[in-house]
Write a new protein. Sequence first.
Length: 593
Amino acid sequence: MTAIPNQVEEAKFTVVISEKGGGERREAFSQPEVSVGRVQGNELMLPKGNVSKRHARLTMRDRDFIVTDQNSTNGTYVNRRRISQATVVGKSDRIYIGDFVLRIEPAAGFGMNSTLSSVADLPPASASSAPPVEPLEVASSAPLSITPPGAVLGTSSEPPSSTSRGASAPPVGASQSGARADYFSALTALDREVTGGLDARVLDGEISDKVRRKIEKLVRDSFTKLQAVGVIPASIAEGRISEDARSELLDLGPLREPLEDPEVTEIDVTASRSIFVTRSGVRLVLDQRISSEDSVERILRRLCQLAAEPLNTDEQLVHRTLPGAIRLSALRGARASVGTSLGLRRARQVRASVDELVRDGTMSRAMATFLGYCVSARLNILVVGPRHSGATMLVSALAASCRKEHLVTLQDRDQLLVDAEHVTAVSTAASDGCDDAVKFATEICAGRLVVESMTGETARRVLAAVGDGSDGIIAALRASTLRQGLIRLPAELSSVMPGVATETARDWLAGSFHLVVEIARLADGRSRVLRIAEINGVIDGTVRSVDIYSFVLERTATGGALEGSFAPSGTEPSLLEELNARGIGLDSSLFAR
């Protein structure tokens, strides 16, 4: 009898693997269960330090595909949510494991459900098969929870959509605040135990593989020692706290992930070593702290090294620019009596259009139409709003409507990405940058100035250009309210112009701009243009403005959304005469109530 050769079993599904900073590969599997980890013996190998030896398991059951975390150090995430039990995934779901993103594609004929759901009734991985928690070599890129200030940490198993390293969060439970305090006390003790046996200079500069291995061994040994004597509670797992300690000793600690997140624009480390971040305009507190003052100083030195300008021992006010247009400020030494504080600001890339702002409800179509006519007539427009209010976005949108003109953008903190044919971008960070840019715009190319931030010297140069006959200027002024901005800017102008009184600077400002636009981010997180007003001179020592349009709040809807309407004041602006003189006639019905 002739033997029938073995046939290759038909593949049931394919895993598409994308690696951070790398390419994409595909692996097909015929078995219903696949183990995922960084070492040999797993059906799917992901050889990176932030993947555990036995990290996760993929299971095909009937028409369901199920992912289960195998007690990994850094956790397994589905659609940026850390999973704590077996979870069904669909074709559109993404599985995050360390630096890898996985997507499952079923083979023809095998089908696949498309709903993501927890599978509480599935049998969990057996305790005997769960791998021990292991130390890491590389910080994880998986999401980490960050919490709005004032919220109780650890009360939800579902973090916000913002991202950080979940492996570093302290253990949670009923007595969350107590467990969190115990965790950070233990982390501080571990950091001090390790650094107490080291020459501090070893951790400065380039860290060799030999030193790295020594540090990792010291962390393991110190953890064992401190837990044996009760300094580190038995409830704290070695993997998590050791990873946090190594990250602070060898890298940037909990600052690494928010620094690599392009949606994070601000990071603040307070003297208490708490960490605040601003992500997509929302300020949040990180579920992590830096363990000690020595660790804050160590991280500061590394940030200065990244800026290619080492920290001086006696430097108390620190200013550096890091790669990626990130500005570092720090207060330390005698000026920071309660501890070193850090601030990092990322230059945002801002691009918008007027149509987008109307669709988003930032302003009405009538307001957009009116502003469009004013831009075409080359009136000078000042947009006022606090940081993250959308002021820079509105300036970018108005500038984008000047597609055929030569625009010269003066940029301080943010990068204006204007969709126009001819744009020259100039940074005002250098002391003479603004002066050169204004001269270029007004004397060489007869361009239109677009100003990202009207402060001090920049404002003086811009208003001087107006005095020399420049027009069509679109500028942003950071202030909490329109009234506050119109009071503060003349005082700033006076401070940079010796011999010029605030009253004179106030008259100068009132005579330079035709329109002011106030914008704010309201409690529901959405930006609104609160008013468009024309400047009506100086009355009783105050720059007066008369509303043309305003936002009227009507009610708070279910879920906290603020609903209202944009309404004209019913008064025709006096600048209609100037618009008519420039050949732009407006229908008075645009301003009727």
